[in-house]
Design a protein around this ligand. Structure first.
Ligand SMILES: Cc1cc2nc3c(=O)[nH]c(=O)nc-3n(C[C@H](O)[C@H](O)[C@H](O)COP(=O)(O)OP(=O)(O)OC[C@H]3O[C@@H](n4cnc5c(N)ncnc54)[C@H](O)[C@@H]3O)c2cc1C
Length: 482
């Protein structure tokens, strides 16, 4: 028999990695927790589906998981017992360049230094301390706003991180190739690379290559959220699928409610409860550019000109620092770049469960203006062909999603923004509101736990975990260790 809703201690709306993380953290303390999920499966931005042909499993959104594998919270959970297995590609990242050249980054820091020629000394100077201290530093970087456990390393990260990516990479590196590689990392921010603080993305992602690796999940990204959901249910948690919450009238009052949603949806669901002034502050929250994605079913691996690129899990395409910076700037100017910065993952090279024998999948996307409905299919294929001539001939079929398809697929992707809001200077720290505790909305019982809170986008569950800590402390008097 179904438990009545009134018997639950807390409710979570949305079962993305943050919603699940929050629900798990609450259930671990013995609370009865219920998740409502609009779709028929759990997972949010972490689902896998046969998008193109039977037997070809594609990660619809997230594919590469340095932040999940390095998550201070996920790493405390027995997710491997619930089917989660990480696969580390031979090389975590490659950045192909003209004439078959490429920057190849290995998980081994020392091996990478050996590849970087005259930039190796400065690469060591920039990254070594962060790589060595990442285990502890990541708790500061992904945790609540507080006095850091490792103030000196955190101050150093903050100091270098506050520069623009362009400035930091051109002052640290002499080689165009190393600058291009750093730009490819920083461009994950989806912010123009001449803006302050974009270097922080390059630093954190660049550190994670060596400290964690950039693994994929065996069987597809869905196995991350499925493992979280199964663990949650093993703790007694309940998940109600196929339930799109439209208003708080559907949930008993007086219990904490955690939104794994962005401010715009929170306002629409809790319109009655949120005072007008707060409503307009939340509606002023900014969303960033959108995404255009193509998933390919291939007859053979991508014929990268550079042989070592064939063994890389992730590739950043887009050429030099200047080219990548231009394409990211264009996106903010409302322009669909003719030569976009393209992110690639080739999971089936390392995980044979992703495609029929001998066949392959390829995951690719680029950034586009928010709300775009334009196709970038040819631009993405051209960028791949640039570094892998003959790629077109390997395509069996393809599935595309423009920015508004993303919003339709997951209402959290407003205008195709995959990070739950722009990660600009104001919203890097003040997400969704500039407050010491950004998870607690200034309304009784209401919390936000999605990537619209710190530390922002990516699969790591730390927004959810931090929000759950706030709920436990405020509503139940339970204080978890920092
Ligand atoms: C193309 C793409 C590529 C990406 N690549 C990566 C990557 O490689 N690595 C990485 O770490 N991250 C990546 N991300 C980002 C990552 O997927 C997100 O940052 C992450 O999923 C955010 O998690 P979340 O729990 O905050 O929200 P979401 O994952 O968006 O989950 C929100 C959930 O709420 C549900 N929901 C929405 N409205 C309602 C409602 N009214 N009622 C009930 N349920 C509702 C949705 O169906 C969804 O399941 C990518 C995203 C995209 C789109």
């Amino acid at each position: 028999m179904e438990k009545p809703l009134s018997s639950f201690d807390a409710f979570v709306i949305g079962s993305g990695p943050n919603g699940l993380a929050a629900a798990v953290a609450l259930a671990q303390q013995g609370l009865a927790v219920k998740i409502f999920e609009a779709k028929d499966t759990v997972g949010g931005g972490t689902r896998t589906l046969e998008l193109t042909e039977p037997g070809f499993k594609h990660d619809i959104c997230s594919a590469v998981h340095p932040t999940a594998a390095g998550s201070p919270f996920f790493n405390t959970l027995p997710l491997h017992k619930f089917g989660l297995e990480w696969i580390h590609p031979d090389y975590p990242v490659a950045h192909p360049l003209e004439h078959g050249e490429a920057v190849i980054i290995e998980k081994s820091f020392e091996n990478t230094l050996n590849r970087l020629g005259k930039d190796s000394k400065n690469y060591r100077k920039l990254f070594k301390e962060f790589v060595d201290s990442w285990k502890y530093l990541s708790r500061d970087a992904f945790g609540n706003l507080r006095v850091p456990n490792h103030p000196l390393s955190m101050m150093r990260l903050g100091w270098y991180g506050m520069f623009s990516s362009n400035l930091l990479s051109s002052s640290f590196f002499d080689l165009e190739s190393t600058r291009a590689y750093f730009s490819g990392l920083s461009a994950h921010s989806i912010i123009p690379l001449e803006n302050a603080f974009t270097a922080s993305f390059g630093l954190i992602l660049g550190t994670s290559v060596h400290s964690v690796g950039w693994p994929i999940a065996k069987g597809g990204s869905h196995s991350i959220t499925q493992a979280l959901a199964d663990f949650f249910e093993s703790l007694g948690g309940k998940i109600q699928l196929g339930t799109h919450i439209e208003s708080l009238d559907e949930i008993p009052t007086g219990k904490p409610i955690l939104f794994d949603l962005t401010p715009q949806q929170v306002v629409s669901i809790a319109e009655q409860q949120i005072p007008e002034k707060l409503r307009s502050r939340l509606l002023n929250y900014n969303y960033g550019p959108g995404t255009f994605k193509i998933d390919f079913a291939l007859s053979e691996p991508v014929p990268w000109l550079n042989e070592e690129c064939r063994k890389a899990g992730t590739l950043h395409l887009g050429g030099s620092m200047e080219e990548i910076a231009r394409s990211e700037r264009e996106v903010w100017q409302g322009i669909h770049s003719e030569k976009p910065y393209v992110l690639i993952s080739q999971p089936s090279i390392f995980d044979d469960s992703r495609a029929p024998q001998g066949k392959h999948t390829l995951w690719s996307y680029c950034h586009v203006p928010n709300g775009s409905t334009e196709t970038m299919e040819q631009q993405i294929i051209n960028q791949i062909e640039r570094y892998a001539p003959g790629f077109r001939d390997t395509i069996i079929s393809a599935s595309t999603m423009h920015a508004m398809d993303f919003e339709k697929y997951n209402p959290n992707y407003i205008g195709g923004d995959i990070n739950g809001g722009a990660q600009n200077l104001k919203q890097l720290f003040g997400r969704p509101l500039l407050k010491w505790n950004p998870y607690k909305l200034p309304v009784k019982n209401l919390y936000i736990c999605s990537s619209s809170t710190p530390p922002g986008g990516g699969v790591h569950g730390m927004c959810g975990f931090n929000a759950a800590k706030s709920v436990l402390k405020n509503e139940f008097g339970i204080k978890l260790p920092v």
